[in-house]
Design a binder for this molecule. Structure first.
Ligand SMILES: Cc1cc2nc3c(=O)[nH]c(=O)nc-3n(C[C@H](O)[C@H](O)[C@H](O)COP(=O)(O)OP(=O)(O)OC[C@H]3O[C@@H](n4cnc5c(N)ncnc54)[C@H](O)[C@@H]3O)c2cc1C
Length: 419
């Protein structure tokens, strides 16, 4: 259990979604004095289905949260690839311990972030509605400047601000590269009808267009539409312009396209778009500032972002806990810059290959799932039909449909285990 250090190093964690609360929880338990800062004025509750796979499940267990999470699943029973009339041609059922397109643990992002934040003890200071505008380091710490609040000093800053992290743009601009996958995606919530089923139904049309609908546990349907395109700033356009581009692009696409478009327009406050691109940062820390989660390795949607965030947060907290325990043993618990670098190096060493393999789609991979011709659509259908057939399914799920490779052995961190 945590020793009480003479000095509780002060840590600022920015971002209260998945990675931020998880690392904050672990650091607090290990003897750090944690402040969790979220830019949004209140906890963000939106977001669609996210998957928790593989090692992510182990982290949940260690945190004692698995049972709570299992009570809040979306209820998705599997994934069906369907033709224009809605008839499935390849089906991947959800199965315990198996990670197909529908993972064993599917939960709405806002629900999961809420569970993580609710698990935080009162000893963690939570602040909403401010963000970092600058950070200067010296031998003994980091001086952080905010948009609104007065500057403060910390021993360490963990940046868990998601894919478009502002603090990363300030401090890691030269180390960051963005890899474009050639696809834009639109997400929204639409009304549920009696015809809807509890499967994720996925439809591939010609001209690089894909649409899907999936159930949630709130009585609505989560829909998405993606299309192959050159980067054109679609994601930054006003919502009404995005909606009309999408309508034009999906004209004649068939299946439930018109229904989804109407649904997006009806609930435009829940409509948002995302470019499929991967953030690649050549190093995840600079001195006492460490990147974590989508801020460090984000791309999407690969189905692995949440798992990686859980695992990364657990490892980073665990490695910093080790360094703090050593600093307490050897002195007054003051965390030197060398100790922080050592922990950050261990964390990057364990996570880098895992994150790269999970987040980096094979070249052309996203485009392959968005064929342009009828022949291309038929080729995708054939590949999926084969992948869904027993006994290929188990192999495919382990090797093709999920890209979890270079999986590290999760070290044991005594302070991060409640059970
Ligand atoms: C609103 C929302 C909806 C999402 N919807 C989906 C989805 O439908 N499907 C899916 O697979 N993934 C979705 N994601 C992404 C998914 O949560 C991540 O891929 C994954 O869980 C990794 O989480 P993360 O904590 O690293 O980053 P994110 O989940 O992206 O969280 C980053 C957090 O940091 C906050 N933040 C941003 N900038 C700052 C700043 N400068 N200072 C302080 N805080 C800041 C954000 O408000 C957010 O709460 C969504 C994320 C968000 C924030």
């Amino acid at each position: 259990m945590p020793t009480t250090p003479h000095h509780r190093p002060r840590v600022l964690v920015t971002g209260a979604s998945i990675a931020g609360p998880t690392v904050a929880w672990g650091l607090d338990r290990s003897g750090f004095d944690v402040t969790l800062l979220e830019r949004s004025p209140e906890q963000r509750t939106t977001g669609q289905n996210i998957d928790i796979r593989g090692l992510g499940r182990d982290v949940l267990r260690r945190m004692g949260l698995r049972d709570t999470v299992m009570q809040h699943l979306t209820g998705e029973e599997g994934t069906r690839f369907v033709g224009e009339d809605g008839t499935p041609y390849a089906v991947f059922p959800r199965a315990e311990g198996e990670d197909g397109p529908t993972a064993e643990i599917e939960i709405l992002r806002g629900t999961f972030a809420g569970i993580l934040v609710d698990a935080l003890p009162d000893s963690i200071e939570r602040r909403y509605g401010d963000f970092v505008v600058g950070a200067e380091q010296d031998d003994s710490g980091v001086r952080v400047r905010y948009d609104r609040g007065a500057p403060e000093r910390f021993d360490l800053v963990v940046v868990a601000e998601g894919r478009s992290s502002r603090t990363r743009r300030i401090l890691f601009a030269d180390e960051t590269e963005y890899r474009d996958f050639g696809v834009s995606i639109a997400y929204g919530t639409i009304d549920r009808t009696p015809e809807d089923v509890d499967h994720w139904d996925w439809y591939t049309a010609t001209r690089g267009r894909v649409a899907s609908v999936r159930p949630d546990n709130e009585g609505t349907i989560r829909a998405s539409m993606s299309f192959e395109s050159e980067p054109m700033g679609f994601e930054r356009l006003p919502v009404d312009v995005q909606l009309s581009i999408l309508r034009e692009r999906f004209r004649g696409a068939g299946w439930q396209s018109e229904r989804i478009l109407d649904g997006f327009a009806a609930r435009s406050d829940e409509f948002y778009t995302q470019r499929m691109e991967q953030v690649v940062v050549s190093r995840w820390s600079t001195g006492r500032v460490v990147l974590l989660g989508d801020a460090a390795w984000g791309s999407g949607p690969t189905g692995m972002g949440t798992t990686l965030s859980l695992v990364g947060a657990h490892v980073l907290a665990g490695e910093l806990a080790r360094e703090l325990a050593r600093a307490v043993q050897d002195g007054d618990g003051t965390l030197t810059a060398t100790a922080v670098s050592r922990a950050a190096g261990q964390y990057e060493g364990l996570l880098r290959g895992y994150a790269d393999s999970a987040q980096g789609l094979p070249r052309g991979g996203a485009r392959l799932m968005h064929p342009s011709s009828r022949l291309g659509v038929r080729a995708v259908q054939t590949a999926l039909r084969i992948a869904a057939s027993a006994p290929v399914r188990r192999f495919a799920q382990a090797n093709l449909l999920t890209s979890e490779k270079h999986v590290p052995v999760l070290p044991q961190y005594p302070t991060l285990q409640v059970v």
